[in-house]
Design a binder for this molecule. Sequence first.
Ligand code: ZN
Length: 154
Amino acid sequence: MPQKSGHPTIVETCPRCGTQETTLDVRGATNDPDAGSRGWVAFVVCRRCRRPSLFDMYGRQTNHSPASPEWDGADVNPVYNITATKPITKSAARCPEYVDDKIVRIFDEAALAVAFSAFDAAGAMFRKTIDISTRGIIGIEPQSVPQGAMLEFG
Ligand SMILES: [Zn+2]
């Protein structure tokens, strides 16, 4: 049973830290005019990572705000259809200190891609940070491997 905070709560997967079935406090909501009188965009804060996210919430039987004091700390999952939107700030991943600025820029872009669930793009960007970081150490470009040198699998 979630601990009551005074804020209504939802139990969902946190888009920021990825914790499944975690409690998030609904701190505010605004009506989404494109979704009708029952559609809301809610500002929620994860109790585990303390980071904010936005969720689309659609009242099943009500047009009252999911942030309304009438819910008094209750779990409002049964009241609304809930879908996560995108996190409103960058992902939790932070580039280590003392890294070259050009690598920090690529790393931050990769971390943002993770936050937006663009995992293929994130993988390519993280790979790029490794390529740039190791170029001076290895002294060989990954593209310079002859095609015939590729290993066959399966
Ligand atoms: Zn979280």
